[in-house]
Design a protein around this ligand. Sequence first.
Ligand code: ADP
Length: 601
Amino acid sequence: MCAGLWALGLWSYRDGIGRLAAQGRTDLNLYMAHLQGLLAKYEPLPELLATNPRLIDFMRAPGGQESIQALNRYLETINRISDATDTYLMDAEGLTIAASNWQAERPFVGRNFSFRPYFRDAMGGQLGRYFALGTTSKQRGYYFAYPVHEKGEILGAVVVKIDISEAERRWAKTDRIFLVTDPDGVVFVSTQPEQRFRTLFPLDEAARQRIAHSNRYLDATLSPMGLEILKRLPEGQLVRLESEQGWRKHRRYLLQSRAMPNAGWQVHELSDTREVIRDTLKLTTLAAALAATAALIAALLLQHQRARRVHTILTERARASLERINLELEERVTTRTAELTRTNRRLLAEVDERLRAEQALREAQQALIQSAKLATLGQMSAGINHELNQPLAAIRTYADNGRLLLAKGRTQEVELNLEQILALTERMAKIGSQLKLFARKTSGDLIALPLAPVVEGAARIAAPILDRCGGTLESRVPSELSVKANDVLLQQVLVNLLGNACQAIDGQTERRIRIEAHRTQDWVITTVEDTGPGIPESDLNLIFEPFFTTKDAGEGLGLGLAISARIAAEMGGSLATVPLESGACFELRLPAADIHPSQAT
Ligand code: ADP
């Protein structure tokens, strides 16, 4: 882009310079035409005057003061009419004999200008032209001189000096400078006043001496105007000129020059390139701005496109990752669901298993209760058998003996025997009354019943086992204590506790079992304590678990305490161990019942 701008700038600059040069050419032509017109206006005047017989006569015979004054006046009139600066007449020696400015402060009359080249030219018989700074007037002027002839003899010269400052005033422009230089390059006309009597280029010493000698520019310094050629172009020269105007020390101009051979002049025009540079800069800046805008728009479009691409990619990625996450989620959900289904199935299976186990346990418990009932019945029947057989055998013996004694007439002894039989039947009746306890319904219904008979019955059932281990049972159950319970089940619990106690004391040195009961407000607490080895701390939490047993196979199923505890709970009470120093103690807590004495049977 920079190269393009550079090329555009260069093209614009060259084009601008081309246009500037074309304009310059036109201006220069016009200016030269003006100068030529100016000179042409005065050029024939000296010749015209020189042919005037009055002047020739005067030259021949100047006459007195009056004649001179008359000529002076004549020249003054001519000068005024022609609008020249000065018009004067010189003799063959170069002495001014009459002049239009004869009345001026410093008139030319009487002064000798033979050193002027125009005089020499005129005396040589030709039109003399010269530009110089007037030695008397100190004013610039262009001199035309023409010889005054008579019969082939040159008597003197008529000189017309014109002011050419008009060629400066009317042509002064800000962006153009018109210069006229002499063959040495000294600027004697310039639309820029400070450039007057300066040189285009430095003068060499010889030229300087020559000019000084001719007194052409009096004591003007003729310093160079600080022109530097930068580039030569077909249209002219690109120069840099020292400037005293404005803030810039240098200005660039296009220098175009043309010769005016008649006058021996070089006419120059310096066209300021500022406008060209400004236009070039404007164009380049505009182009740069356009290019920058285009680049910006392109960049924005690109950015937009890129952003869209990025957006699309991101959206695509987001969609893909969402899909992936979704898939993963679905997979996880599926896996999790499968796991949960499996777990659920397993749990359901476990629940089923538990339910089945519970059912089995319940059935087992029922069966065990049943078998425990049967066992109790068995034990009971053994006990009844034992208890009834003995009195029965005794009764038979007493009856047999009574019959023998009756036959022998020993009636007194028969009566004794009969008394014994009565006592024995009473005892049997007592056993019967005990059996009544079992005759009550065993459906599990809870009734208020006295505790002592149940304990007694249980003790009776457990008696054979107690006997086998050689232990003693001490029972301290107050007769007034009643509980709300099921007698069979309660007895079963007690038989069970006594059975365990018997097994515990078996083999111990001290073999005692104690059953005690007392009431605390709403509860009746029965404790069964033994002198056995006690229950290890570690087993305390386990003994009520079903099938927990420390006994050998065949001796225990580990169900006694579990069933007993459940029975106690079902009766609204509880069964627990009581810590003891030695031995074991179980505490059966049952709801207390208040029974009227008449109800106790
Ligand atoms: P089983 O008597 O068939 O083992 P139980 O449920 O009646 O089942 O008793 C569980 C366990 O409790 C027994 O194996 C025993 O270790 C312990 N146990 C029960 N009663 C006593 C006791 N009076 N003294 C010491 N240990 C006992």
